[in-house]
Design a protein around this ligand. Structure first.
Ligand code: NAI
Ligand code: MG
Length: 358
């Protein structure tokens, strides 16, 4: 029997609650499937560790993660610490050295969930957003001088490399090719950003030549928000820069019903380092400790993890369990307008996995 080593990093706030729920569901799947086992190691990295020791994770943290088959991450961020410190101190401190350059965010309206878009039903919105996850606007280049003086200056430099753009473009074309509609939209802002994003457009054109069966088009990011809202059915696979896709994917999550449902995979497609799976939401201090965090985003992320590990059967079973749960309004957490608690949703998902008729 195959045993997968999974590193669990719950992090902060509701990250801790939803990862715990996700691990229970994963254990139920391994038991039911019988074909694989999970060896889970938990890491207490996050803001609490920072307050104690001055670092969110240990200096050799990334090296310790390398030996795992996958990472399940919760969220990082605390009200008393600057967000740039917590983000760069943990999440980006893992994604960047492990070269998880493809951030993949499926969005779909699950059964029982109502989109805030009038007249839009489940089949009308089924997207995968591919976000460049290693460079662009979040490359970490820039600086500040003359702090506090009237002439203070700050730069935030976006970096676009041919190698970086080409690998994400190729990944996106391949993903589009694997989906039934074979449709890709390349998002840029190449009218205003005339260097880096013109390079994006050129590389899209070049890579497209290798995928003659994929239909593709280009959108400027501002117009893209309109198209996502007014013509969601015209989109399928979407590729955009680190910043643009960060914003578009939050919009996508909201249009699909709730940010509490949306999953993410941070993929290293070479397989030379583990990939990391996490709900797209943050640590949600406003609901931390109340027991009402929606765990579905973490369950869906766990399904993406199983799929990535090659356990397609278990991944499909988990997606069925998720859909069974979302279809029942009595199992909706407050973000979906219901009164269910995290543990109710988790218990129901586990029951669906075990199958009541066994
Ligand atoms: P957030 O995603 O934590 O919360 C936004 C809103 O959505 C809140 O009202 C929250 O209650 C609700 N929400 C989020 N997830 C939910 C869930 N699973 N169930 C029910 N409701 C949910 O974003 P916010 O408030 O901007 O950030 C809070 C902290 O999280 C900040 O420190 C931020 O830096 C951090 N953050 C971390 C991320 C990560 O670790 N990947 C991603 C986004 C934010
Ligand atoms: Mg975001």
């Amino acid at each position: 029997m195959k045993t997968y080593r999974v590193a669990a990093i719950p992090g902060d706030g509701i990250g801790i609650e939803v990862v715990e729920a996700g691990l229970l569901v994963l254990e139920a799947l391994a038991e039911r499937d019988g074909g694989f086992a999970l060896d889970i190691e938990r890491f207490d990295w996050g803001s609490e560790r920072y307050r104690r020791s001055g670092a969110l994770m240990p200096a050799d943290g990334v090296e310790r993660l390398r030996g795992f088959d996958a990472i399940l991450f919760g969220a990082v961020g605390a009200p008393d610490l600057p967000d740039h410190l917590t983000l760069w101190g943990l999440r980006l401190a893992i994604c960047q050295p492990l070269d998880q350059f493809a951030n993949v965010r499926p969005t779909r309206i699950l059964p029982g969930i109502t989109s805030p878009l009038r007249g839009v039903s489940p089949g009308d919105l089924d997207w995968v957003i591919v976000r460049e996850n290693s460079e662009g606007e979040y490359a970490g280049q820039g600086g500040r001088s003359h702090r506090g003086l009237p002439e203070e200056v700050a730069t935030e430099v976006a970096i676009f490399t041919r190698a970086g753009v080409e690998r994400i473009m190729r990944y996106a074309f391949q993903l589009a090719q694997s989906r039934p509609r074979k449709l890709l939209t390349v998002v840029t802002k190449s009218n205003a950003q005339r260097y880096g994003l013109v390079l994006w457009d050129e590389i899209a054109q070049e890579v497209a030549a290798d995928f003659p069966d994929v239909t593709w088009d280009k959108m400027l990011v501002d117009a893209m928000t309109v198209r996502m809202t007014l013509k969601p059915g015209s989109l399928d696979t979407i590729v955009a820069t680190n910043l643009h896709a960060d914003i578009l994917s939050d919009l996508a999550a909201a249009l699909a019903g709730s940010i509490g449902i949306a999953p993410t995979a941070n993929i290293n497609p070479t397989g030379r380092a583990p990939s990391m799976f996490e709900p797209i939401h943050g640590s949600a201090f406003d609901i931390t400790g109340k027991g009402i965090a929606n765990p579905v985003g973490t369950f869906w992320s766990a399904a993406m993890m199983l799929d990535h590990l090659g356990e397609q059967g278990a991944a499909a079973l988990l997606m069925q369990a998720i859909e069974r749960v979302t279809a029942d309004p009595a199992l909706h957490t407050p973000d979906l307008g219901g009164t269910a608690r995290t543990e109710d949703v988790t218990r129901a998902a586990i029951e669906a996995i075990r199958g009541r008729n066994d």
